[in-house]
Design a protein around this ligand. Structure first.
Ligand code: SR1
Length: 359
């Protein structure tokens, strides 16, 4: 199999030590520290409320464990610090009712703005309506807020799926039996699913022989068990499309444990230092991932919320575009962590998305 190559810039810096992750997943070891607070110079005076340190932004999360969500939070916290904002953090821990209660509490506490990070439309939209009716600016990341008054933010999930599937198609020559990892109800996964559905229609040589998937506090391990069973039931499989890094880590573990690395390749989404370690490991079947820098996305969410607190206009639909990252490119350029990755792929940083003129 050929692996899709992505050109990378030169001039990598030395390895930076970074710390832990909480999903009980095999092979994980590190979450990302924030990389770059942006390159803009301030063009305006800091609004008084920010200068006084009186701004509270509630961050209401559905999920918080796993590399992606830890890196995202690190970026959000770094941006909040840079803007002199207090970030009031809550997580539903994958309990949608708990997330809805947390959101109601943020509205009751009169947060200056609320960032809703993931969530199921049904449970979260009534409380978002209360927030916008109360005049509280809302930034909805990876969740449909159900109102045009909220700013939406996503990572262009159709492109994430297209990039990863482009690598799968190129490597397989358009002929493969595939396992697909998916759980319905998560907005980014649902959008990626739309692309997968269209892709299999457009590429009849690539067919789905099994669909698996679970999202819980140990997603990678659970997906590994499911992927092993699916691989054993379908020995003709040569590709796994796993468009979430916890899915891809699980699929990779299954392929490794069955000793199928020469036959089955994994096409994923997202990236972290731990993911890079899994991708570049000897004989790793995870050959490509389409990703943003999650810390950068967290920073964008806080900037958008801060702008709305200051009464500024923000484009209603913010997007942070992904980059295709190939295993071969990581290996060729000796990239072992997200700091090096961000320097090698400058498009991963997006200071022009929701720039704050006073910061
Ligand atoms: C369970 S949803 C997981 C996805 O959310 C973010 O969009 C990340 O990209 C991750 O793949």
């Amino acid at each position: 199999m050929r692996t899709t190559l992505v050109a990378v810039a030169v001039g990598l810096l030395s390895v930076t030590a970074i710390s832990g992750c909480s999903q009980k997943s095999p092979g994980t070891q590190a979450a990302a520290a924030p990389t770059d607070a942006g390159t803009h110079r301030p063009t305006e005076k800091v609004p008084e409320k920010f200068a006084k340190g009186g701004v509270h932004i509630a961050l209401v999360r559905q999920l918080s464990s796993g590399d992606y969500f830890e890196q995202w939070l690190a970026g959000a916290q770094a941006e909040a610090k840079a803007l002199n904002v207090t970030l009031d953090l809550s997580s539903g821990d994958n309990n949608n009712d708990k997330q809805a209660l947390n959101l109601q509490q943020a509205v009751g506490n009169k947060a200056d703005a609320i960032i809703v990070d993931h969530g199921f439309a049904q449970t979260i939209q009534p409380a978002i309506k209360k927030a916008v009716d109360a005049g509280i600016p809302v930034v909805a990341f990876d969740v449909d807020p159900g109102t045009p008054k909220a700013v939406t933010l996503d990572q262009d999930d159709h492109q994430i799926a297209s990039q990863s599937l482009g690598a799968l198609k190129q490597d397989t020559g358009g002929k493969a039996k595939a396992i697909y990892v998916y759980v319905a109800g998560f907005a980014p996964l649902d959008r990626r699913n739309e692309t997968w559905t269209q892709f299999t229609k457009d590429n009849p040589g690539i067919s789905q022989v099994a669909k698996i998937g679970v999202v819980n506090s140990s997603t990678a391990s659970a997906v590994a068990d499911q992927a092993k069973a699916a691989l054993q039931a379908h020995p003709d499989v040569t590709a796994i499309f796993a468009p979430y890094d916890e899915f891809a880590k699980g699929a990779t573990l299954a392929v490794n444990e069955l000793g199928l690395q020469n036959k089955v390749k994994v096409y994923g989404a997202d990236v972290s230092t731990a993911d890079i370690g899994v991708i570049i490991a000897a004989k790793s079947p995870w050959v490509a991932t389409s990703a943003t820098d999650p810390a950068n996305v967290g920073r964008v969410a806080v900037r958008a919320a801060a702008l709305r607190v200051a009464g500024r206009q923000v484009a209603p639909g913010l997007k942070v575009p992904p980059t295709l990252i190939a295993q071969q490119a990581l290996r060729d350029h000796g990239i072992t962590n997200v700091q090096q990755l961000a320097r090698a792929f400058p498009a991963l940083e997006t200071p022009d998305v929701a720039p704050v003129p006073w910061a």
